[in-house]
Design a binder for this molecule. Structure first.
Ligand code: ARG
Length: 460
């Protein structure tokens, strides 16, 4: 005879290797708090509906609280032969309180139970990601405020393009992480929904009240179709997509920091706490944290693709394939959470080097557009103005100077319309200040963005 909770019809024991292959308690024990919360809500609802007695519900809830505490304190003994978190907890409960424990699973299947647990877990993590994202937006906005007037080259094609405010550059990331926060909150609307009451797949003959369970657990609502309820993993996919987008944004920022930390750029001095040395080259200070974060992005992409692939061929309703949904999510969650926390800490203490940024402005002729625009504003056709500015770059480059270091006579030699007022136009400050369109890099507009983001943070 089988000793499994489902072993009624079985006469032989499960093979050991199959037990290991099919078992999930190694990893799904991470869902214990959600499993217990779901079971308590289910038991209370069963009693309210008259399916079990109030006394039985009290015993179940009391027993589950003791188990919760035992797990917290590391006293709970997990048994592989009990397969998963659900059966481990239920078996222990029955050991403790007898028959009442055996009634807990009335009107419920592990199919709706595991989905509820996972939904509660994913939803809680989306809330945590949201908080971490908001904290990162705050740090970026604070650092941006310090550097509204700091100027560095803005790039297109990774070639120096036009001067931008460092604050503006940092805020570009703040906006990305704000959108990620919004994505988390939107995904929550669909993840924080209860599937309990779908039972194995078709609903149940017991007079359950799924809404009472959802309310007790603080969820937004219940399922509309029992088959869909037990076989839907969209909520996890959406969360993983949000996770991949967060990592993609972090990875771009990391890439930027790695480039900026290269001595040829030198725009940042990495804080010692976030860099490492080389065991052979004494001069090295490597941006390992940023590199690893860029690398770990691949794990989260992998998790999304794993689950997409698991789901694509599944007929309705529950299939055991879906047990494979958890480990990729757990791994992705650790990566996303840790990366967000570390990035916020690292950006808080990142050492920016405005003097190196200024040198790069000069080398890159980042005021060439200003000269062209200046001439165009004087009525020189833009194509011709562009050409004149290009010749000015060539002239300055030959003598190792910036455009602003050419004499007025030299400039007038290229185009008679150039007047003494060009000097002001060619300053990097003017280039930045004059890009004053909404969302642009002028200090006024950057401060406006900081105001918007701070208002958003205050309203959370
Ligand atoms: N460990 C399973 C999972 O994670 C729980 C549900 C099992 N259901 C079943 N009918 N075997 O998906």
């Amino acid at each position: 005879m089988s000793d499994k909770p489902w072993g009624g019809r079985f006469t032989e024991p499960t093979s050991k290797i199959v037990e290991r292959y099919t078992g999930s308690v190694r990893f799904d024990q991470a869902l214990y708090a959600q499993d217990i919360a779901g079971s308590k809500a289910h038991a209370r609802m069963l009693a309210k509906q008259g399916v079990i007695s109030q006394d039985e519900a009290r015993k179940i809830v009391g027993g589950l609280d003791i188990i919760l505490n035992d797990i917290h304190e590391g006293r709970f003994v997990w048994k592989d032969e009990l397969e998963d978190v659900h059966m481990n907890i239920e078996a222990r409960l029955t050991e403790m309180i007898g028959d009442a424990g055996r009634k807990l699973h009335t009107g419920r299947s592990r199919n709706d139970q595991v989905c509820l647990d996972f939904r509660l877990f994913v939803s809680a993590r989306l809330e945590v990601w949201s908080e971490l994202l908001a904290a990162l937006v705050k740090v970026l906005s604070e650092r941006a405020e310090e550097h509204v007037e700091t100027i560095l080259p803005g790039y297109t094609h990774m070639q120096p393009a036009q001067p931008v405010s460092l604050g503006h550059h940092l805020l570009a990331y703040a906006w990305m992480f704000k959108r990620d926060h919004e994505r988390c909150q939107d995904a929550l609307k669909r993840s924080a929904v209860s599937p309990l009451g779908a039972a194995a797949l078709a609903g149940t003959t017991f007079p359950l009240d799924p809404k009472a369970v959802a309310d007790e657990l603080g969820l937004f609502g219940t399922f509309g179709n029992s088959l869909d309820a037990v076989s839907d993993r969209d909520f996890a996919l959406e969360a993983l997509f949000v996770g991949t987008t967060v990592m993609m944004h972090l990875s771009r920022l990391c890439e930027e920091l790695i480039i900026w930390a290269n001595p040829n750029f030198g725009y940042v001095a990495l804080p010692d706490a976030y860099a490492t040395g080389s065991s052979i080259m004494p001069q090295k200070k490597n941006p390992d944290v940023a590199e690893l974060m860029r690398g770990k992005t691949g794990r989260v992409y992998g998790a999304l693709f794993t689950l997409m692939t698991i789901m694509k061929g599944l007929p309705l309703a529950y299939n055991r394939d879906m047990q494979e949904d958890k480990e990729p999510f757990f791994d992705a969650d650790r990566t996303v959470s840790d990366s967000l926390a570390i990035m916020a800490e690292m950006m808080k203490v990142m050492g920016f080097r405005p003097e190196r940024m200024r040198q790069a402005l000069k080398l890159g002729f980042l005021n060439a557009t200003e000269l062209a625009d200046y001439l165009a504003a004087k009525g020189v056709p833009f194509r011709e103005a562009h050409h004149v500015a290009g010749s000015a770059v060539a002239l300055a480059e030959k003598s190792g100077r910036g455009l602003e270091e050419l004499t007025l006579a030299e400039l007038q030699g290229l185009c008679a319309q150039i007047g003494p007022d060009v000097a002001e136009i060619l300053t990097y400050e003017a280039a930045m200040r004059r890009r004053n369109t909404s969302g642009g890099t002028s200090p006024e507009r950057v401060k406006e963005q900081i105001g918007t983001l701070e208002g958003w943070l205050a309203g959370l």
